[in-house]
Every structure is written in C-alpha cells, then in structure tokens.
Design a protein around this ligand. Sequence first.
Ligand code: WT7
Length: 571
Amino acid sequence: MDMQKIPVKEGNHNLKDYEKVRETFSWDDMKKHFSWNETGKVNIAYEALDRHAENPEKKDQVALLYSDPDREEKVTFGDLRDESNKFANVLRKYNVKKGDRVFLFMPRSPEFYAAFFGILKVGAIAGPLFEAFMEQAVRDRLQDSEAKVLITTPDLLYRVPQEDLPNLEKIVLVGKHNESADHYIDYQREMKDASNKTEMEWVDLEDGMLLHYTSGSTGKPKGVYHVHNAMIQHYATGEWVLDLREEDVYWCTADPGWVTGTSYGIFAPWLHGVTNVIRGGRFTPDDWYGTLDTYKVSVWYTAPTALRKLVSAGEDVVKKYDLSSLRHIMSVGEPLNPEVVTWGLKAFNLRIHDTWWMTETGAQLIVNIPSMEIRPGSMGKPLPGIEAAIIDNEGNELPPNQMGNLAIKKGWPSMMRAVWKNPSKYDSYFIHGWYVSGDSAYKDEDGYFWFQGRLDDVINTSGERVGPFEVESKLIEHPAVAEAGVIGKPHPERGEIIKAFITLNDGYQNTDELLEDIRLFVKTGLSAHAAPRELEVKDSIPKTRSGKIMRRLLKSWELGLPTGDTSTLEE
Ligand code: WT7
C-alpha cells in the first residue's frame, strides 16, 4: 500500500522554503526579535509579558482567558504585569534572591501565572509541580532542589511534608485558610499591600529560570534545568510550528507542571503576544469541544490521549459544536496514531501536526510545519538550526530506514543546561557531541523521522512520563509487598498503562482487597497517574545476578513475546 501523504493546506505559507531556510539559518538570526539584542537587558518575563504591557496597543489585550467550572476570568497583559510585579515584591520582602528555587504546587489559576512571572522577575528559578502529586513526589522534588519558598493552596497543604524540608523557609497560601504559624504567607493579604511596580532583575541568557522534574528508568526524578536563553527557541517555534499570528486565540491543554505547559502553555504564546486560553481540570469530550467553540480557539496544541478520546466519542459529539475558528492543530507527548490524523481530516477538516521533543530539550525539535506535507505516523523533520540523526551506540550515523538511537547535535538554544546537582547524569546523555534521546526511531529517504519506541524502561501513560523505579520503590514500602517490577503495557487509548508484578511477604494473601489497598497506597502516596492499573502477584520477580529487576523479561512475558537473552538472569 502506498504511504499516505497529506498535502499542504492552501494558504499555509509559513516557512514555505523550509529546505532553503535550513541551509542558511543560524540561531543568531533569531536574536534580532528580542529587545535585549539592543539593550543587553535579559529576562524572559520581560519579553513575554512586560514588553506587551508597555505597548499601548497591547496593554489591554486579553493575555489570559481563564476558566474552570467555578470561575471565568480575563486578564490583560497590563493586569498580569501588575500582578506579577506585586508578587515579585512579596518574594523580595521575604528575601528571595536571584538563583533561589521557588516552587509552585497548585492548580492552574490566574494566581499561578502571576506568581510564576513574579518568580522570574526576581531572577529566581521556578519549579512548577503537577497538582496531582502526593506527599512523596512533593518531598522528593522540594528536597532535591532545596526550594526556599513554596506556593500552594490550603487544600494541597496536607501533601507538603514540612518536617523534612530544612531549606523551605516560607509557604505562600493562595486561598482562605486558618494557618497562623510564622512560616505561612497569605497570598491575598500580601498582594493587597504590595506595590505594582518593581525592579526587573536583569539576568544573563545562561542564568536559570526553570526546573522541571522528570523520570528516567532508574533513581528518583531528576531536575532538568533550563535557562533564559531558551526563549530564542520558544519564539522561533511559536512562529514556525505554532504558526502564531497576532489575532490568534491559542489553547495548549498541558498543565504547567509538565514542560509542554510552560514552553508552550506560557512562553511561546506570550512571546508572540497572543491570547492564551487556560482551562483547569480534566475534561470530557464535550468540555474539549465546548472550550474550542466558546473561546473561538484558532490554534490548539494537545496530546494523542485527548485526541483518541475524541475519536471514541464519535462524530455526533463534534457536530454539536461550531469549530470554524480552528485553523491549526498540533500534538505532542506520545506516538500520534495515523488513524487519528486521518480522523482529524474528517472531523475538523484540518491536519493534525505531530511534534517531537522532551523535557530535556526544552522546546520542539522534530516537527510537522504547516508548509510541509504530512506523512501520518511520522513526527516530521528537524527544525531549521537542528541537526537530528539516527546513531548507533558508538555515535556513528546510520543510513536511512535503519532503526537506532534518535540523537540531536548538541547546542540548540533551549537545551537543558544541567541536571540539578547531578553532573554525571547530565554527562550520560551525550555521546561524541550528540544528545541521545532514549527513543528509537528511523529516518526515511526524504528526511522524515518515525518513532519506534523507548530504548529504556521509561513508561509513557496518557502522555505522562513515569519512571518504573519510582513506582517500584513506593510499592515495596507497602507492608505486604516484598519485591516489585513495573512495566508499561500497551493500551489502545492511554498508549501504555502501568502494570506491576509483585511478590508478597509471608502472612499476606493474594486477595482483591489487598491488591486494591496496594494500588491506593501508590495512588495516595505518589500520584494518581503513577498508580498501577494492573497488579499481578508472582512467586518471584526475575532479576539479574547483580540484583537488577529484568523489566524487559516481565514485558516479554506479559506480551507473550520471545524472551531474548536471559543469560544474566539469576538462578
Ligand atoms: C518522551 C518525552 C515535551 C513533550 C512532552 C513529553 C515521548 C514525545 C512524542 C511524539 C512519539 C513522543 C518520547 C520522548 N514523545 N513526543 N511526537 N511521538 N513519542 O515530554 O515527559 O519529557 O517525555 O515522550 O518517548 O522521549 P517528556
């Protein structure tokens, strides 16, 4: 069968000369879009926010179109600048300085975005945490980063383990509460008294602005450290890939606890000064379509998991809504099924553009640009300024159509600059100047990249990255569990689900109640998305002679595949 190719939609001329631009482009070309190129004064908060607030024609434009089931609010660039100035002053009052880590653990809300920019304005490093995290996940991240201040809501406070955090000086509470201890700061009260003028802390392009914790196949989650320089690529991809235009209403569905929710939920849209729709919570298909319709969204960045839900909801649901304002759709986070792309052509009369990148890469790298032919199932081609290749384990480039490690030539603007307090982990990402992604892929003769899978044991469930080690560690904290091995099991809607194999301690019976109790233990201790959907009790867990759990073998058993090389298996 011929490979399906979806031609360029008429009128999409952005980066029409992709091949030519690739040949001549250098990242320095992008610097002229920034005021610091002339003034020397750098801060991503200035470029994304204050610059628009200082422009009389943009000041009163809605920057943030916020809604959740209980609240709807429109915040202009001017208002968001003022609110974030106030919060910067609050932070200064409590001695927060350049380079300090300030974490946010709360749902999306206008306050979240004001606080986020306030952190950047004092030159501190923001650490957004997903609101579904439970105590252990919060503790790991606050401990490792040695966060000085945490911003949270009274509802979430019970998940903040205060006794184990010697560096945490203050907790800012957003919302009504009865806490009176000295280390609590009341957001509303402080903001009321704070001035809406502040001194922007000018920084270096290489100074830190963001820590995103992410999972690998071993160890605790790692702090991926990003610097202000990333704005160059946020801006470039906002133009080339998001295709943003001044009058757009843009919606990125990701939570800012994940990198998509910062790079593309905050920076790219606001660097381009577009109106940004923010919706809290998890939604039904009617909520998705309803949001697109109500706010007349024109550019939409979402994930395969959401799109697959829309596909299963059927065509009758789409027909209830007016989606005529929608011009451009993108997807990220997991493989985008070709069938979903085909469905999108029918349901929206639009192409869905897959994009590939990672927490570590800080911004998109391999993409489908509107002016490119789409090959459903392919992640697209590297951006101008990006050299991507398939390499073997020694760092040699492989020819087209051969599967290997997807790698990127080191040195793009938004690349992580460190793994927090873990230089050897950082170094382990690189081989001969290539950043090795951990994904396997191949490149076809025409330069399109095709995702094949993860090369390590990292699990991708509904687009959320989960480290098996974290789940295993939590499981064995349960009194009934002796050993645990955790894998990702393919699932039609969620991509993968988490399946745990466990052995029980003496005296425990394998009952449904016990298994449910163990599942809940992970769910309430770590986070809902990390809780195994399937648990299976075994007599033993396969391990290597050095004691490493052989997850690959567990997976082969689960899928009924050949078990491959088991020479390292312990007796
Ligand atoms: C991993 C990174 C920053 C994006 C959100 C996820 C997988 C990402 C795709 C895609 C197939 C994809 C990869 C990657 N992934 N995009 N378009 N097609 N897989 O960021 O949590 O750091 O996860 O997500 O396996 O390595 P993340």
